[in-house]
Design a protein around this ligand. Structure first.
Ligand code: SAM
Ligand code: SF4
Length: 324
């Protein structure tokens, strides 16, 4: 069992498959010229499999594939297949653009739940945010997932002045469809033009919803990041991921592997542990993983608090190269 120095059991691993993406969301990609990791630097499918096996032996119960966009990786179907043999809840976060190409792979692998990121229900705005003109495709793929019985969470990063005026549209969307919308507070990462004013907070989101609807708070998941709510007579639900205004670090059970095989014990950790190089040198990675977990800081990677934040002091990668 992987326990950190604050007694938190770590049983959830998020694996980034690539830092490449077919979208260009400005809040995620750095604004300087993008240079993706060379292929040889990435964990290969068999390496992901074997490294994941070690984590499973150490108590991991849930694995999420992410990126960049996991579904642009050429061998993603093979990776999903390889990981499906482990006794874990296997899932993924995707921008939704290629879901239809992989739906049978998901079904065969026993994937039950998929997170799709979608920040706007307005087709024009979608093109502005993502720099890609595939809104209808993403909506079609969300509908496909629902029709086939997947549990679908839709992640929307709420940014002041960009999409905070769409909160009620997202809520209305959950009336007929079993969609679980998760409003995410905008977080600072390298090169993403973040500033305090752009964060539309948990409380502000609730105020917007409360002006039009009455809702009840649902019981939090044991290690959940989301504060969940239900509206009467809505097929779906909504939640808020309040990283910036009300972090949930005290119940954190997450570890991350970047696509180049570096372990991060927190989304905001400064330090990284080079698991892939150790694996390639035939070293036992178990003690490295344990040490990385033990070194985890109490909250927010030890880099900031919820007071006013100077994002320029935060040392981290861009979100796209961490794997969200
Ligand atoms: N490409 C996939 C996708 O978009 O879902 C997976 C990777 S993406 C980095 C994972 C999640 O991180 C997405 O839901 C995205 O909206 C979120 N994200 C990216 N940058 C963020 C930021 N600055 N603040 C909050 N969430 C962010
Ligand atoms: Fe790509 Fe997802 Fe980042 Fe958008 S949020 S640029 S879809 S990795």
């Amino acid at each position: 069992m992987l326990k950190d120095s604050f007694g938190r059991v770590h049983d959830y691993l998020r694996i980034s498959l690539t830092d490449v993406c077919n979208f260009r969301c400005a809040y995620c990609m750095p604004d300087e010229a993008i240079s993706f990791m060379p292929a040889a630097q990435l964990m290969q499918a068999n390496e992901i499999d074997k490294i994941a096996e070690t984590f499973v032996k150490m108590g991991v119960k849930k694995i999420r594939l992410t990126g960049g966009e996991p579904l642009v990786r050429k061998d993603v179907a093979e990776i999903i297949h390889l990981l499906s043999k482990y006794p874990v809840e296997l899932t993924l976060t995707t921008n939704g653009s290629r879901v239809d190409d992989f739906i049978e792979v998901f079904e065969k692998a026993g994937i039950k739940s998929v997170n799709v990121s979608l920040d706007t229900l307005d087709k024009e705005k979608f093109s502005l945010i993502t720099r890609r003109n595939v809104f209808d495709k993403v909506i079609g793929n969300i509908n496909l997932l629902i029709t086939l019985g997947f549990h679908v969470k839709v992640n929307a990063v709420v940014m002041r002045g960009i999409n905070d005026n769409e909160i009620l549209d997202f809520i209305a969307w959950t009336k007929e469809l079993p969609i679980h919308v998760r409003f995410i507070e905008f977080m600072p990462f390298a090169g993403n033009q973040w500033d305090n004013e752009k964060v539309f907070s948990y409380q502000e989101i609730l105020d917007v919803v409360a002006a039009q609807y009455s809702y009840v708070r649902l019981k939090d998941d044991k290690n959940g990041t989301a504060k969940k709510f239900k509206l009467l007579n809505h097929a779906g639900s909504f939640a808020v991921i309040s990283t910036m205004s009300a972090p949930f670090c005290e119940n954190c059970n997450r570890m991350r592997l970047t696509a180049d095989g570096k372990m991060k014990n927190c989304l905001f950790s400064k330090g990284e542990t080079d698991i892939l190089s150790a694996y390639r040198n035939n070293e036992d990675i178990t003690p490295l993983v344990e040490k990385c977990v033990i070194e985890k800081k109490e909250a927010l990677g030890g880099q900031f608090t919820t007071d006013r934040i100077d994002a320029t002091t935060i040392e981290n990668r861009s979100m796209i190269s961490i794997g969200g």
